[in-house]
Design a protein around this ligand. Sequence first.
Ligand SMILES: *Cc1c(COP(=O)(O)O)cnc(C)c1O
Length: 458
Amino acid sequence: MELPFAESYKIKMVEPIHRSTREQREQWIKEAHYNLFNLKSSQVFIDLLTDSGTGAMSDKQWSEMMIGDESYAGASSYFKMKGAIKKILGFEYFLPTHQGRAAENVLFSVLVKEGDIVPGNSHFDTTKGHIEYRKAKAVDCTIDEAFDTTLLHPFKGNLDLNKLEKVLSSNPTDKIPFIIITVTCNSSGGQPVSLENMKEVRKLADKYNKMVVIDAARFAENAYFIKKREKACENMSIKQIVLEMFATADATTMSSKKDAIVNMGGFIGMRDEDLFRKASVFNIMFEGFITYGGMSGRDMNALAQGLDEGTEFDFLETRVEQVAYLGKRLRDFGIPIQEPAGGHAIFVDAKRFLPNLPKEEFIAQTLGVELYIEAGVRGVEIGTLLADRDPNTRLNRYPELEFLRLAIPRRVYTNNHMEYVAIALGNVFERRNEIKKGFKILYEAPIMRHFTVELEKL
Ligand SMILES: *Cc1c(COP(=O)(O)O)cnc(C)c1O
């Protein structure tokens, strides 16, 4: 018999989690005004709200924590992180920041000005936020295939080169500071970008004399998909693929809370000394001195170690195949999801799950609340609440796709937990015709409303 798949690590430390009753959960979610962000973590049994900063560090990462150097300037931890970024990503210059959005803030302070246009594949929400905050525009050039959840395409994160070239050729050249490639593409379902596509984007960038910036949060998962799905790369190691991916870019912003498997941290990688000097000014202003930039020495040590572990094939296979396993089990129940399964999460297609619920009643949010009540599993809405209102008309923006995202923390849950989640959602699917009413908004903030919104059952 072929040997079954098994995790590439064993467990050294555990944290208890607790089940609750349906009655308790109905009470708690009501008190939370049906906003999953308002729940206490103790009220959640399996927490799939996000994979950001929720991973389990390894024994080696914890031992690195003990030898962190907390010197203000010139700490050995800074040089350890610098060495790891040079070796694994290939960037000569780097600046530490407290997390990914801080890296965006610092780098975009140098590069983005009012009236600019930043084309890319679906921009992450904080990335878009930092572009729009500077009165610039993010233009989505993702391939159309990404928006059909039933379609099997190996690289749904790819940029459409025709769309991209149209943006580059039809705008004044001083209006486009760079092209951004997000790997994997979170907003389209944790979908990868092929190495071939990244190289083609580089060619276009050279033709129009533009910089390429990689938004790198899940670069290692992206490299895993390249190895598995791109014929030309099947014999390359993950670390070789990673170097080739970043060779297509001039700079990178990184949220280390994802593929570097730390609970907090980020950085900017750069090739150009002049850009590094300019960014250093903003780093000192917003984050901290250039040799710690909002991070503790111990955290820089753990990050350096995490970059190495996070780009090992065995770890990535365990990681991505666990997500795929959950996807397979949901498919067994007939539950509609974004196909193929993403690298860090399963995106449940809420419109196809609850076809009779009107979009005005927040379809994906309704599904998220039902899953929580069913089993104490917390996902997150990627739909109308997140899409927010049009800044001009103040009308709700109804996105093409309404997702309930189930994000899997790294090295935290077992496949038994995945089984529990699948059966829980399977139960909701079985009684989906009884779900006839959604929610209306009682309170919402003027921007980023999904975090603090308060809802009432219809
Ligand atoms: C998480 C993330 C960010 C922002 O990083 P934070 O660490 O949450 O500030 C930016 N881009 C992508 C693709 C992300 O996933």
